[in-house]
Design a protein around this ligand. Structure first.
Ligand SMILES: Cc1cc2nc3c(=O)[nH]c(=O)nc-3n(C[C@H](O)[C@H](O)[C@H](O)COP(=O)(O)OP(=O)(O)OC[C@H]3O[C@@H](n4cnc5c(N)ncnc54)[C@H](O)[C@@H]3O)c2cc1C
Length: 569
């Protein structure tokens, strides 16, 4: 028989052993940053505050400061994590067997939706148009999207639906007040019982995504047919985000061609409209938001705009969603810069804080100017949207929106990755926001018209309204004479527009350069000399390097970083 085992003799005294603290403590945690939270996203973003004031939102600044504190609160940031850690779940039926088509979201998603809608992110420029309306909303959206981008999809679609729905005044009369209501009602009940509703968009089909002319969903008139009349829709949709929206703008083939329809999720008699969600998409990013596949089995809908003019009708909505993609991607960059600079400000390696290491300074400053260029461009277009009665502003918004949507969204994924690397291994971990920013980063570039489609839309604008190009160059030329690099860049760019016969093939090159020229012009006019000089040196002149961290010697990187760094802790 084995002898019972006795505890090995301890080298600690009895007193030491009684102190849990002594036994549990293996090391002191040092050289780690504090959490980036409880800060004001507006007040701690110098470039944003300058842009909001410059582009016309000075009178609305108090509200932006208030919202900045709300967006930076630890509790708000936490909602973003919770909404993403708990993916939405789709239930076809209730436990008694009734078809319900209900997506079950985590409460944090609903709280974020409430925050967005109660603060007018879907409504403010339509309710109180005028000087600074779109600018202030863009600034708010820029902050809110940094907290959590995925739920911003239904916020954007609800906001963007207004210009299209207004094309059918009797439908607008029925819906507009409820769309613009500054509250959120998540209940799965008929819209007639709700004070506030949300609106989605259903264009994309399996056989025709970008090319919506290939859509096969058919619309059958219930009676007379025509604008404002009732139809039944039969077919499918391959991508429908936020399927719990109360209504959708849908493209379908009417007898007179592809048309736009407003389709509520419930019929006016309180029964479910036969619009059935098949399943949710299993997305790599944007996971807090549900995106679905759906079938329309005679779903009741009302025609918006002229029969056969579905694309021109829904394009009003699409133009606004594209603008929001610019805000969203600029915001993703801003949050990445805030995280990277904050981390490097608190982290030391090889005898100095990372933010003071010359090579890291080059990377951080480069990320910061990319973000500021994107935000500055976006806010300039927001001002153009506030002044659509002015012909220059109208032409500018028409051309600069596809150019900006293409460029800014496309610049975001590599920016997110590089910021993640500034944080090192902890930047890869799911309890850091960086993986979420990274997975979110390609989405804006693909939906609402992918990169090539934006370039082709730029060409369409040039062909249909050649004056848009004059407006674009007139705007860029506002900085003429202030930097020889921009002057030379503009001369070459203009020369390359003298023959646009093979524009399709060269479109990416031309659109890239248009975007860079606009950003350089805006930064030269409005930003600090350090930011403008670094942008011109690295974006208008080629020194051979391709990655972030290629700012030339002589750049005042410290000044650029200071401007971009939120001071927390
Ligand atoms: C997360 C997510 C949510 C979405 N939500 C919605 C939604 O709510 N409602 C909705 O209607 N849609 C939605 N979409 C669909 C999205 O808008 C489409 O995926 C997008 O428009 C591209 O269409 P597609 O996927 O059919 O690709 P395709 O149209 O097949 O395009 C594939 C590629 O070809 C390129 N291309 C197309 N035509 C040309 C050309 N002539 N020349 C050169 N290149 C070309 C495109 O730029 C793209 O890169 C969503 C997509 C995603 C990823």
């Amino acid at each position: 028989m084995n002898a019972p085992q006795s505890a090995p003799a301890s080298h600690l005294s009895a007193d030491d052993r009684q102190e849990d603290r002594y036994l549990a403590s293996t090391h002191e945690v040092i050289n780690q940053p504090c959490a980036l939270e409880n800060y004001n996203l507006y007040e701690q973003d110098t470039a944003l505050a300058e842009a909001a004031r410059r582009e016309g939102a000075t009178d609305r600044e108090q509200d932006l400061v208030r919202f900045g504190a709300l967006a930076g609160a630890a509790e708000t940031i936490d909602l973003g994590f919770r909404a993403n850690n708990n993916k939405p779940v789709f239930n076809t039926h209730d436990r008694f067997g009734h078809r319900i088509d209900e997506v079950d979201f985590h409460p944090a998603y609903h709280q974020l939706m409430s925050l967005a809608l109660e603060n007018g992110l879907h409504s403010s420029p339509w309710e109180n148009p005028g000087e600074g309306a779109h600018v202030a909303r863009a600034a708010k959206y820029y902050m809110h999207s940094q907290v959590e981008a995925a739920h911003c999809c239904p916020v954007t679609m609800t906001f963007a639906a207004i210009p299209s729905i207004r094309k059918q005044p009797e439908l607008a009369k029925l819906w507009e007040d409820r769309i613009l209501h500054n509250s959120y009602d998540s209940r799965n009940i008929p819209d007639s019982q709700k004070a506030s509703v949300t609106v989605g968009m259903a264009m994309t089909e399996k056989q025709g995504g970008s090319d919506v002319r290939a859509n096969s969903t058919r619309a059958f008139p219930v009676a007379a047919g025509g604008p404002g009349q009732a139809y039944e829709l039969v077919g499918h949709k391959w991508f429908v985000s936020a399927p719990m929206c109360d209504a959708f703008l849908v493209l379908a083939q009417a007898p007179g061609g592809l048309s736009c329809f407003l389709m509520p999720r419930w019929r006016p008699d309180g029964t479910k409209n036969p619009w059935q969600v098949q399943r949710l998409k299993n997305k790599m990013g944007n996971v807090a938001n549900a995106s679905s596949e759906a079938e329309l089995r005679g779903a009741l809908a009302w025609m918006v705009g002229e029969e056969g003019r579905g694309v021109p009708t829904i394009i009003e909505m699409v133009a606004m969603t594209r603008f929001d993609c610019m805000i969203g991607s600029s915001a993703g960059m801003r949050q990445a810069v805030a995280q990277a600079t904050h981390h490097c400000r608190h982290r030391s390696a090889f005898g100095a804080t990372l933010i003071d290491q010359p090579l890291m300074q080059n990377v951080l400053a480069d990320l910061a100017i990319e973000n500021e260029a994107a935000m500055t461009y976006t806010m300039r277009i927001a001002r153009a949207l506030d002044h659509q009665e002015d012909e220059h502003e109208r032409l500018l918004a028409r051309l600069a929106t596809p150019v900006g949507k293409y460029w800014i969204c496309k610049r975001t994924p590599n920016h997110a990755y590089e910021a993640m690397e500034c944080i090192g291994g902890s930047g890869v971990m799911e309890d850091c926001i960086m993986p979420r920013l990274f997975r979110e980063s390609p989405v804006n570039a693909i939906w609402e018209g992918s990169g090539n489609v934006q370039c082709l839309d730029t060409l369409r604008a040039l062909q249909k309204e050649p004056d848009t190009l004059d407006a674009f160059f007139r705007e860029v030329a506002e900085a003429k004479g202030s930097d020889r690099r921009l002057d030379g860049f503009l001369t070459r760019l203009k020369d390359d527009f003298t023959d646009i016969s093979d524009f399709q093939y060269r479109a990416r090159n031309l659109v890239d350069r248009m975007a860079i020229a606009m950003q350089a012009s805006l930064l030269l006019r409005h930003s600090t000399p350090a930011v403008a000089d670094a942008f011109c040196a690295s974006r208008l002149e080629n020194h051979g390097g391709m990655n972030y961290g290629n700012l030339p010697s002589g750049t005042d990187a410290a000044a650029i970083i200071k401007r971009a760094t939120p001071v927390v802790g």
